[in-house]
Design a protein around this ligand. Structure first.
Ligand code: ISE
Length: 336
């Protein structure tokens, strides 16, 4: 059976997902796309082998041929598309963040739980499919390290586009660390504090970069995140969990060792699309398989909600310059 997918948003991520559906995953094909930039939509539709182009995303959700929807449009449009998919009973893979506010995410959670048809929403926290993160999780779950006490995370981008703001740093980048910590530890984030050292002179105008985010889980684990989105030298993600009996670290991505001109060097990934290429493929295949058999199992709408709620606490902590707590709604049984 071939799952017929519609893609909303054909920018960098939507275009990548369309290519992956065509070449990197099995059991699916793109039959429709939509984007306000119709030229871009038509190019992606053509590359997908002649998919239909819809003027807007809601029309795509309503397309009778579309069996499942991939949302890669800007975050402030996600809620409406996710709700439309839930109402139509169509599985949806929504890029992160699920929505920019906890309130919007909660509306998706509540709609999915009230619909009563099981899980339809998967959120694009692709790191959960990365081999390195899976190895870290397996070591923790194996119990040999004892109880986790601390998590040290580093998240560096070589640079970011002009639209990047302080809020984007949290919602677009730190949200991955929030989800990774929640998933690795199996705990919710309870509070956040954000500090900034002096600003890099190479950071975009008006952006406080780097920053140090300190997250506290409900069970008392501390997670520190260095976020530095204009580090210049490449894309670098690190993670180490410190337990009572030992530690486990994310392996460095495998890169060839080059000896040249007096140097021994390994390449650093340029961006997350290369660094997490395998994770994106794994995420998409898992979603396609889950949608085809009627059982989505990846990162849930609840995960999307809890991550955005923690991200919002980080943003509030920046504004208020003090520790801010995270208040979560009761967790519906669907996400037990
Ligand atoms: C980007 O949008 C992503 O989602 C990447 O995974 C993240 O690492 C990067 O910082 C974001 O800008």
């Amino acid at each position: 059976m071939t799952l017929k997918i519609g893609i909303i948003g054909t920018g960098v991520m939507g275009g990548d997902h369309a290519r992956r559906v065509a070449t990197g995953v099995s059991g699916a094909r793109v039959v429709a796309v939509s984007d306000p930039d119709t030229g871009r939509a038509e190019r992606v539709a053509g590359a997908a082998g002649g998919a239909r182009v819809h003027a807007d995303g809601l029309a795509l959700v309503g397309d009778a041929e579309v069996e499942a929807v991939l949302v890669a449009s800007p975050p402030d449009t996600h809620e409406a598309y996710a709700l439309a998919c839930v109402a139509a009973g169509k599985p949806v893979l929504c890029e992160k963040p699920l929505a920019p506010t906890a309130g919007a995410c909660l509306r998706v959670v509540e709609a999915e739980a009230a619909a009563g048809g099981g899980r339809l929403v998967q959120v694009g926290f692709m790191r959960r499919y990365d081999e390195g993160y899976l190895a870290v999780k397996a070591a923790l779950d194996g119990g040999l390290l004892g109880r986790p006490l601390l998590v040290h995370c580093v998240h560096r981008n070589a640079g970011v586009g002009p639209g990047f703001t302080g809020g984007t740093i949290i919602l677009d980048s730190v949200v991955h660390e929030i989800d990774a910590a929640r998933w690795l530890l199996g705990q919710e984030i309870a509070a956040a504090t954000v500090l900034a050292p002096r600003r890099s002179a190479l950071a975009p105008e008006g952006l406080d970069d780097p920053q140090l985010v300190l997250l506290e889980t409900g069970a008392g684990v501390l997670v520190d995140v260095e976020i530095f989105v204009s580090c210049q030298y490449g894309y670098d993600v690190r993670c180490e969990v410190v337990g009572e009996r030992g530690t486990v670290s994310l392996p460095e991505p495998a890169e060839a060792l080059v000896r040249r001109q007096g140097l021994r060097a390994r390449r650093v990934s340029g961006d997350w699309r290369r660094r997490f290429a395998g994770a994106y493929r794994g995420e998409l295949q898992a979603w396609v398989d889950g949608a085809a058999r009627g059982g989505i199992a990846g990162p849930s709408a609840w995960d999307g909600y809890a991550a955005t709620a923690a991200a919002q606490a980080c943003m509030a902590a920046v504004d208020a310059r003090r520790r801010t707590t995270v208040e979560l709604a009761p967790r519906p049984g669907l996400y037990a």
